[in-house]
Design a protein around this ligand. Structure first.
Ligand SMILES: C[S@@+](CC[C@H](N)C(=O)[O-])C[C@H]1O[C@@H](n2cnc3c(N)ncnc32)[C@H](O)[C@@H]1O
Ligand code: SF4
Length: 417
């Protein structure tokens, strides 16, 4: 499997050089001149742990969560105060874990961010269905949250039980969402579970929009090697048929495809922490992407708090990109939104996209993966499937390896991908 990613990486970066992450960090982060900068905050606590989930999280304990948030506030202050004045950022996203568990301290975290950053496009936060009740939603709203994303996975009991999750109380959820409105209400689903059919997914999609969602994310199930999950994903052919059927169904309903796996029923509804040119990440496992480097914080909650207590950065690994590596990284994540605008690429890198990747774009058009209009490359249905398919390889050979190591070692010496 990694032969596919190795060859693609070498071809696109025009070098045999692997992506090398080293245990080194910078006291100062050069984000001051970055445009289209986003903020990400990781809250690694959950009431109970799901077997299939790869994310960095531990079981919720109030005292540990409070200690963690004290450290988080310090990390934001340290990074934010490197800039004189308030730096403009597009968005702030809280991911996890289950960030809604920190609802009582959210206003404090957001106010601290606002001391240093001017957030122009809203604040997003992830919830578990158990958190969708009027008092919690009101706390989120009062703190400034404008977009919420709820981890439904499936409305159907048989798939919830496959995943080891409880059935969602749709009535209570719908009433709470109607009582406390948000600009975006997104719901996460997982597809390609054993025996899952298009009818199952169609019913989930219809239910989501009828109980208050205006945005959905339908992720393919990924069987990470380091999780304890016993569920295996559907084979490629069935997965493709499902992804195509979901896409056709949503587009037929008039929903807008905002990324490979997301659809919205209202033009203003969007939820994505990934498609930013640059971002600053705070908290355990959070990543930071700047002009020529990418950093990952330690996955250990204890080590994170200890480092911050010693007034050190909690960075575990850093990669300093070559120019071509950065271009590949840029294109990979921009393509996630199903379109790449060559003008944005040229603005970011100072060279025309066609000069750097003219042959690849010609080939992609020839193979029917994308179309081009006025310098904007739009992915076709076929292109979206192959992107998804390649992304699956990438996830299994890069993310699986890296997260597998980082869950065990707080500060690994180096990792090569
Ligand atoms: C941090 S969780 C969402 C919030 C909350 N913790 C919850 O589970 O309800 C992020 C989302 O990742 C997706 N996810 C988790 N593990 C996955 C896997 N193995 N394959 C595909 N998607 C996965 C789920 O859809 C989940 O809702
Ligand atoms: S899926 Fe959500 S609730 Fe389950 S362990 Fe992962 S982050 Fe926690």
């Amino acid at each position: 499997m990694s032969i596919v990613t190795d060859l693609t990486r070498s071809w696109l970066t025009r070098s045999w050089k692997p992506f090398t992450f080293r245990n080194e960090y910078d006291a100062l982060l050069p984000y001051q001149d970055c445009e289209n900068l986003g903020l990400y905050i990781h809250i690694p606590f959950c009431r109970s742990i799901c077997n299939f989930c790869p994310y960095c999280k531990v079981r919720y304990e109030k005292s540990l969560c409070d200690r963690y948030i004290d450290s988080l506030l310090r990390e934001i202050q340290t990074v934010g105060s490197q800039n004189s004045g308030r730096k403009q950022v597009t968005s702030l996203y809280f991911g996890g874990g289950t960030p809604a568990l920190a609802a009582d301290r959210l206003a404090e975290i957001i106010d601290t961010c606002r001391e240093y950053f001017d957030i122009t496009e809203g604040i997003g936060l992830e919830l578990h269905p158990d958190n969708v009740n009027v008092p919690t939603l009101q706390k989120l709203q009062a703190a400034g949250v404008t977009k919420i994303s709820i981890g439904i996975q499936s409305f159907q009991e048989k798939f919830q039980s496959t995943l080891g999750r409880k059935t969602v109380d749709m009535k209570a959820m719908s009433a709470a969402l109607a009582a406390v409105p948000f600009e975006t209400v997104s719901m996460d689903f997982i597809f390609a579970l054993p025996d899952q059919t298009f009818e199952d997914l169609k019913s989930d999609i219809d239910t989501a929009f009828s109980v208050g969602a205006n945005h959905i994310a339908i992720y393919p199930f990924i069987d990470f090697t380091f999780t304890k999950s016993t569920v295996s994903a559907l084979p490629k052919k069935e997965k493709r048929a499902l992804l195509d059927a979901i896409t056709r169904y949503c587009l037929g309903k008039g929903y807008r495809r905002s990324s490979i796996w997301t659809f919205s029923s209202e033009a203003h509804a969007g939820y994505s922490s990934m498609t930013r040119d640059n971002f600053l990440g705070f908290g355990c496992s959070a990543t930071t992407l700047l002009r020529d480097q990418f950093k990952i914080n330690t996955f250990s909650v204890e080590e994170y708090c200890r480092r911050i207590g010693e007034r050190k950065r909690p960075t575990s690994l850093t990669i300093r990109f070559t120019r071509r590596q950065r271009m590949v990284y840029y294109l990979f994540w921009t393509a996630y939104s199903t379109r790449v605008d060559s003008r944005d690429f040229e603005k970011f890198f100072g060279v025309p996209l066609k000069r750097m990747y003219g042959f690849e774009l010609w080939l992609a058009k020839l193979l029917g993966f994308c179309t081009e209009k006025n310098g904007v490359y739009e992915m076709t249905l076929k292109g979206a499937f192959y992107y998804h398919y390649y992304e699956n390889f990438y996830t299994l050979s890069y993310i699986d390896k890296m997260w597998g190591i980082m869950r065990k070692e707080a500060f690994p010496e180096s990792i090569e991908l």
